[in-house]
Design a protein around this ligand. Structure first.
Ligand code: PGA
Length: 248
């Protein structure tokens, strides 16, 4: 089986507290059975402390969905990279499509990456094209632009989540694994150009039990939304992915 595999979920805004606890408990059990897998859960910040305590002593990462890009005078309602580092956030996401959709895009993601790097926070940079396109050159252009800020910051602990925007969420359409494999190759080429060839590339966007076996063999991990939040979903999708990866 290829090297380390990552499996995690960003639980977004609406999932209740008890469901989070169940997901983390499930991740803890799975992590004991699969020491070769790095599990992670990215809850809304109010749940971070409770889930971090629950996961203490296990190999499950508890992280955060965002970090501020603002600078200058102190500002209400923002969370700094320094604080995320101080509380031990294991992985912080930047550039999720839903944040980019709110305008937190382009240079602002660059500022987030810089702040996370300054505080040595493990970072998950989300990238992906808005519309499906069969032209690899168009996709390459998007990936280059979204990863461009990495060239200007010192090397920080980093992973990439490739999430085609058209494939994310309720209105999303599951992507053809061949399309995904092609994109991952393109992303890998950009990473090589940035001297970051060993960077793990995860895949996300309508990942489910049915398609996880196909995606899991073409990338270094899966980043799952809705299908991980239903009862036993986290375990079910993981097991489908892991089984197929073990055979590859
Ligand atoms: P989804 O979400 O699996 O529900 O499409 C993925 C994501 O937004 O990270």
């Amino acid at each position: 089986m290829p090297s380390k595999f990552y499996f995690g979920t960003n639980t977004k805004r609406d999932l209740d507290r008890l469901s989070h606890i169940e997901i983390v408990k499930s991740a803890i059990v799975l992590s004991k059975q699969h020491p070769d897998v790095q599990f992670f859960v990215l809850p809304p910040d109010p749940l971070f402390g409770e889930l971090k305590t629950l996961a203490a002593g296990s190999n499950v990462w508890i992280g955060s969905q965002n970090v501020t890009y603002t600078t200058g005078p102190n500002l209400t309602g923002e969370v700094s990279a320094r604080l995320l580092s101080e509380v031990g956030s294991d992985l912080v996401m930047a550039g999720h499509a839903e944040r980019r959709g709110l305008g937190e895009d382009g240079p602002l993601v660059g500022i987030q990456l810089r702040k996370l790097s300054d505080h040595k926070v493990n970072t998950l940079l989300c990238i992906g094209e808005l519309e499906k396109t069969d032209d690899p050159k168009e996709r390459l252009q998007v990936f280059k632009a979204q990863m461009e800020p990495l060239g200007a910051i010192p090397k920080n602990p980093l992973m990439i989540a490739y999430e085609p925007v058209w494939s994310i969420g309720q209105s999303g359409e599951a992507a053809d694994p061949i399309y995904v494999a092609e994109s991952i190759k393109l992303i890998r080429s950009v990473l090589i150009g940035l001297n970051r060839s060993g960077t793990a590339i995860l895949y996300g966007g309508s990942v489910q039990e049915e398609n996880a076996p196909f995606y899991s063999v073409i990338c270094d991990g899966l980043f799952v939304g809705r299908s991980a939040w239903v009862e036993n979903g986290f375990k079910t999708v993981f097991e489908a992915a892991y089984k197929s990866r073990s055979k590859a």
